[in-house]
Design a protein around this ligand. Structure first.
Ligand SMILES: Cc1cc2nc3c(=O)[nH]c(=O)nc-3n(C[C@H](O)[C@H](O)[C@H](O)COP(=O)(O)OP(=O)(O)OC[C@H]3O[C@@H](n4cnc5c(N)ncnc54)[C@H](O)[C@@H]3O)c2cc1C
Length: 229
């Protein structure tokens, strides 16, 4: 899996702080921006995040390019509605020579399971190609392709949605592949905006797990994992 930060809002925390100050200031926007330095903007952002007035961080957005992931994971990703997506199409792209498959770790670690998995993937791909050769449009031939087929997607989310996304998808209750992807996205976003994403991640690193009886029982381990992210 490869997660690339393609673009992000320039000066993310100054932008969000300016949006917050504007609400309460009689000054022109230029003056608001010039008047405050990064230290005071950082302090303001911390206050806003603590108070829950998160609409101002919607002015900060991040665009990620993600490849080497399965359709299982992109299907889970696109359930997050406050975002924009562009995904490689199985209607328009013909997988003439190859189609990669994503192998879950549990299958990769078990030789017999891996053989079975690869055999079934290769068979599905063979049938796909045979259908295309018979003149079936690729948009219909693709119905035989498995969920494990590799795909690529570009996603843009604002910082408010990213915090929500990280809360749900960095959690151990989320599936491993999307969890790994979300963690990579968090690392990249945090490098550009350390205050906004300071304690981003699964809920259990901030407070008690909301999953109740369904909790993973690994809160301590998860806290360690996210401590120095
Ligand atoms: C561990 C896990 C297991 C899951 N299992 C399943 C499953 O078995 N079956 C299944 O179908 N899904 C499942 N999901 C997906 C889940 O139900 C959500 O669809 C997905 O996580 C998107 O999150 P969301 O709806 O909170 O927020 P987003 O779409 O990211 O939206 C962000 C927030 O905006 C608000 N919002 C967005 N749209 C609306 C709206 N139309 N009306 C009101 N408020 C809105 C909500 O406050 C929402 O939390 C699972 C998710 C996780 C993390």
């Amino acid at each position: 899996m490869e997660v690339i930060l393609l673009n992000y809002t320039k000066n993310p925390e100054d932008t969000a702080a300016a949006a917050a100050r504007l609400c309460y200031s009689p000054s022109d926007i230029d003056d608001i921006i010039k008047k405050y330095d990064t230290a005071s903007n950082t302090a303001l952002i911390k206050m806003i995040l603590a108070s829950g007035h998160h609409s101002v961080i919607e002015h900060v957005s991040f665009t990620f390019g993600i490849q080497g992931i399965s359709r299982v994971t992109t299907h889970q990703l696109v359930r997050h509605r406050v975002a924009s997506y562009s995904q490689q199409s199985q209607r328009y792209v013909l997988f003439k020579d190859k189609l990669d498959c994503i192998v879950p770790d549990t299958i990769r670690d078990d030789e017999a399971a891996l053989n079975k998995y690869m055999e079934s993937f290769e068979y599905a791909y063979k049938v796909y190609k045979e259908l295309v050769d018979m003149g079936i449009p690729q948009e219909d031939a693709r119905y035989v392709l498995p969920n494990g087929a590799e795909t690529k997607i570009i996603v843009t989310m604002n910082a408010r949605e990213l915090l929500h996304f990280f809360k749900l998808r960095c959690c151990r209750r989320a599936q491993k592949e999307i969890r790994d992807m979300a963690k990579e996205m968090l690392i990249l976003a945090k490098q550009k905006s350390p205050t906004i994403f300071n304690d981003a991640g699964p809920e259990c690193i901030r407070r008690a797990c909301p999953e109740g009886k369904m909790n993973c029982g690994k809160a301590k381990e998860v806290k360690e994992e996210y401590k120095y992210l």
